[in-house]
Write a protein that binds this ligand. Sequence first.
Ligand SMILES: [Zn+2]
Length: 349
Amino acid sequence: MRRSTRSLRQVRILWGSDPRFADHDAGPGHPERPARLVAVDKGVELAGLGDALVRFTPEPATRDAIAAVHPGDYLQRIEDLTAAGGGHIDADTAVSAGSWDALLLAAGAGLGAVDRLDAGAADVAFVAVRPPGHHATPTRPMGFCLVNNVAVTAASLAARGARVAVVDVDAHHGNGTQDAFYADPRVLFVSFHEWPLYPGTGALDDVGRGDGLGTTINVPLPAGATGDVYRTAIDEIVGPLVAAHGADWLLVSAGFDAHVRDPLTGLALTSADYAAIMASLVSLVPAGRTVAFLEGGYDLPALEACVGATLARLAERRVVLEDESAHGPGHPVIQAVRRTREALGLPLG
Ligand SMILES: [Zn+2]
């Protein structure tokens, strides 16, 4: 596999955003709220990227592109609900009139990023989309998610013959993405998530089915897991698997709700951890072949800090340092990683 080459020139980050993402409103008091994008924008400013930031406005996904993941009348039901002014799909998931345009743009953002990376526009892409996507299964919107944005892009890349790896670092299991590719050997899916936690899926022994056996990897982590656990897991599990898969594209479900301050979860990452995790993941594939998608992240200052630290690190400008605790090899969370490694038949390092 060709490795990323780093030259002295500025690393360019493709940034996809659109004010219409704020038009999706899941209702008063909902944690997945438009203000999250204000925090994300503050994070972009914090990173101070200047010319290194290459902005683009996403185009809406076609119905056919979305149907590759969500077939049948899936979209029609959502469109009807938005056309009626909005309403609840389940206890957690709701749409407003503005959700329809937002979800088409969110689903199209990754596709637009791939096109632009193909044309050499940048070294890495980030699409700051709402609504998020990784809980949306092929047949069911759920968990704040309407269309599985990362899966739509993965399906498009796989259809053109690419070898795709999707790594989900949101604190919740990416059940929708897992379901979309559970029997599909073209797409390697790896999810880090707190366990137990919503949606309750993502057990260690959920490893794919049929031709896809071994191309789904779950790394369930106990509450309190910190950045060193993720780095160990990336070094010992994700890196070897991405290489073995021959992945030439990496898509990241970048949820920032594993931050220690997040109100919905119990994981303990810092913004510096997210920056380091993202930098490690990006290094697994050639330059210009990574697209990160915003998923969760519900503490606004933490979201701002995570986005800022990640972009700054990816642009190789500076690293935001924060103190963090370190777990020794006997700690239960390190042991959890080792168990995953053993379960996959990887030799213990
Ligand atoms: Zn989440």
